[in-house]
Design a protein around this ligand. Structure first.
Ligand SMILES: NC(=O)c1ccc[n+]([C@@H]2O[C@H](COP(=O)([O-])OP(=O)(O)OC[C@H]3O[C@@H](n4cnc5c(N)ncnc54)[C@H](OP(=O)(O)O)[C@@H]3O)[C@@H](O)[C@H]2O)c1
Length: 297
């Protein structure tokens, strides 16, 4: 039986990945900062997974002294570890790049067979964004490492779409651009299947989206439908965002690096190859009715 280290196991994708690995017969070592989190569902309705984990390794990727032995006896590393929400004192460079690099170094020493990493879709269009640059610096390290690897490139997760429900509940949404750019977000469970299949396959870079294609406009309308409100959306010209970004670049380059993602994503076609079967309206309904996505363990 192979053992997989799941880094980011308490996060949205990491939980589904741990469950999928376990279902396919792997032993799962979960790398987390807080083991208690595994016992409870996450904020995007991702399930509690303590019943799917064989071993918990508690540490912090930004603190090397907490990582000794992390990859010992590990066959596969899967990492969806990243700084998805901003944290004081930490940057994407600290976690997404340097943190994952520490795990990669340990994986090399432990002679791990394969490292599967979750980056972003079409990074070349978004290199101005700090988070995208940090992801791709790590991808560069991974490719140069000599270890067998796969890079998963999802465009958007259902958990991130939940933010639009909150805005729809407030009754009025503002958005940059004309709302016609395409996007097909994916449920964590569907994405986890792609990730685990990548471990077993030979494709090195996989672009991934969900089964339903939306324009941002139709996606927002769905969010309003789910909360039972009439859509009220104001689309602001893209130049307003670009002008604000231009000013930030001069007066606050750090904030510009963080904000760039939100402007760039509205300028590009985010439609990715379709995988999975979970529908966004069902997820929106789960989020609005409070029903749990927690499977039997
Ligand atoms: N969301 C999207 O639409 C999207 C699209 C494409 C790619 N991605 C990328 O996919 C990855 C996973 O996304 P997600 O939504 O699953 O994120 P998430 O829910 O925030 O999970 C990330 C996990 O990384 C862990 N982590 C953060 N800093 C750490 C540290 N210093 N040491 C150890 N663990 C640490 C977090 O631990 P805690 O639980 O303790 O905070 C969290 O469990 C991210 O890298 C993200 O950039 C996301």
């Amino acid at each position: 039986m192979k053992t997989v280290l799941v880094a980011g196991a308490a996060g949205y994708l990491g939980r589904y990945a741990a469950m999928e690995f376990r279902k396919r017969g792997y032993r799962v070592r979960a790398f987390v900062r807080d083991a208690e989190k595994l016992k409870l569902p996450g904020p995007g309705h991702e399930p509690a997974i303590s019943g799917f984990v064989d071993e918990v390794f508690t540490g912090d990727a930004t603190r090397p002294e907490t990582l000794a032995g992390l990859c010992d006896d590990i066959d596969i590393v899967f990492s969806s570890m990243g700084l998805a929400r901003t944290e004081r004192q930490l940057t994407w460079e600290d976690v997404d790049h340097q943190g994952n690099r520490r795990i990669l170094e340990l994986a090399k020493k432990a002679k791990v067979g394969k490292f599967v990493y979750v980056s972003v879709f079409r990074p070349e269009e978004m290199m101005e964004s700090d988070v995208v640059r940090a992801h791709e610096r790590f991808v560069g390290d991974l490719k140069a490492s000599g270890i067998e690897y796969a890079v998963i490139r999802p465009n958007a997760y259902f958990s991130d779409m939940a933010q639009f429900l909150k805005i729809a509940r407030s009754g009025h949404m503002f958005w940059l651009g004309d709302g016609e750019c395409r996007i097909n977000p994916i449920h964590g469970e569907d994405l986890a299947r792609v990730c685990v299949t990548a471990v077993e396959g030979s494709i090195r870079e996989i672009d991934v989206g969900g089964p339903e294609m939306f324009t941002f406009r139709s996606l927002f309308e769905l969010a309003f439908e789910a909360v039972g409100k009439v859509p009220k959306i104001t689309f602001l010209p893209l130049w307003i965002g670009e002008a604000a970004l231009g000013l930030l670049r001069i007066f606050n380059p750090k904030l510009a690096g963080a904000a760039a993602f939100f402007v760039l994503v509205n300028k590009m076609d985010n439609g990715a190859p379709a995988y999975g079967s979970r529908r966004l309206i069902d997820y929106f309904r789960e989020m609005t009715t409070g029903t749990s996505d927690n499977p039997k363990q």
